[in-house]
Design a protein around this ligand. Structure first.
Ligand SMILES: C[S@@+](CC[C@H](N)C(=O)[O-])C[C@H]1O[C@@H](n2cnc3c(N)ncnc32)[C@H](O)[C@@H]1O
Length: 342
């Protein structure tokens, strides 16, 4: 009986280690594990959505009014506690460098989620610049507004969310600060899940190739410039407009709504199948000028092959790939910077 039991245990352990190894090295497995399995498990145990858990962590740990502190808090949570689909710290440095290089006056972001990349962009914008970010999920947009507020960024959410919130994690939820008891319960549940998962992953971490410390990534080349711009931001009037709705419906309204002409920078980071149709829509709506930079995230994982084929082969774009890693994981990913030539 004992040998059979031992064999079953060994088999189960081997299977578990195989799954953990695949999750840590393969994008498809990683996204399935973090986005489907773990997110649902944590939603169930905490009774809250992942964006709400991120917001609570930010409210509990980040310095109010300090965008850098909020960015670090989100990175720390997503690297150490639970993964989330922010652009992340590594690709975030590429985003920072592009923003600093372009020095845009008008920026469009497709896909806000919790406002992580919105913060990264906004903190580097010159005074008077405008950042419009589009998010189709009301609940995510409400969380983003609160996270941006905690970072000291002035954001306008439109249209206003409906007054009766849903309880589903996919729909809208009331977004507020954590009470003491809910916070303690949340901490206990998170600690249990965190400890279990990390015990399972420990053997793999011992053999990992790179440091797992999320805050130990290399500093951006332009660190001094970044710091200088952040000081500027504190005194600037950089405003974020957070529009709730599908990009395909909102893009055609932008010119009129904001009395604007063209964007200088477009950060594309919503559902991957929308990259190409929305890029063509931006062209059709005459929102791209000669020199406008499109920066697309996740072009390797999960990938946007039609989009890549288009920008790399169209004579209207000059395109360059920046290799990197999928947010908070050691899975290959990259960003594509494409300059519109007119
Ligand atoms: C990868 S997340 C964005 C992450 C964010 N840019 C960051 O780095 O912090 C993608 C987001 O795009 C939103 N989204 C997907 N398709 C969209 C669409 N067609 N219009 C507006 N938002 C969309 C999703 O709801 C999701 O919140």
């Amino acid at each position: 009986m004992l040998p059979i039991l031992l064999a079953v245990c060994m088999g189960a352990l081997t299977l578990l280690l195989f799954v953990v190894w695949r999750v840590r090295t393969d994008g498809t497995w990683a996204l399935w594990w973090h986005d489907n399995y773990l997110e649902r498990l944590r939603d169930f145990t905490s009774g809250k959505s992942r964006p709400m858990r991120i917001l609570q962590y930010v409210q509990n740990t980040a310095v109010q009014g300090d965008a850098n502190s909020v960015i670090s808090a989100v990175d720390s949570y997503c690297a150490n506690v639970e993964w989330a689909m922010n652009v992340g710290d590594k690709k975030g440095e590429i985003l920072d460098a592009v923003v600093l290089d372009v020095r845009p006056r008008w920026v469009l972001e497709l896909g806000t989620y919790c406002g992580y990349s919105t913060m990264r962009i906004a903190r580097l914008l010159p005074p008077g610049a405008r950042l419009i970010t589009l998010e189709m999920n009301h609940h995510y947009a409400q969380v983003a507004k609160q996270i941006l507020g905690h970072a000291g960024l002035d954001s306008q959410l439109s249209p206003s969310p409906p007054s009766v919130p849903h309880s589903s994690t996919q729909g809208e939820q009331p977004v507020g600060g954590a009470t003491h008891s809910s916070h303690s319960r949340w901490c206990l549940q998170e600690a249990l899940i965190y400890t279990t998962l990390h015990c399972l992953q420990l053997p793999l971490q011992l053999f990992s190739r790179t440091s797992q410390n999320p805050l130990a990534t290399s500093a951006p080349k332009s660190q001094e410039e970044t710091a200088e711009r952040q000081t500027t931001m504190r005194n600037s009037t950089c405003k974020v407009d957070l529009l709730v709705g599908a990009s395909s419906a909102l893009i055609p309204q932008l010119k009129k709504k904001f009395d604007m002409d063209k964007f200088d920078l477009v950060f594309i980071d919503h559902w991957k199948t929308s990259y190409l149709p929305d890029t063509k829509l931006l062209e059709e709506c005459d929102l791209l000028a000669s020199g406008t930079v499109l920066l697309a995230d996740n072009v390797t994982c999960p990938g946007a092959p039609e989009y890549l084929h288009y920008v790399r082969n169209s004579p209207r774009y000059k395109s360059l790939y920046f290799p990197s890693q999928l947010e908070y994981l050691r899975v290959e990913d990259g960003m594509e910077k494409s300059v519109f030539l007119g």
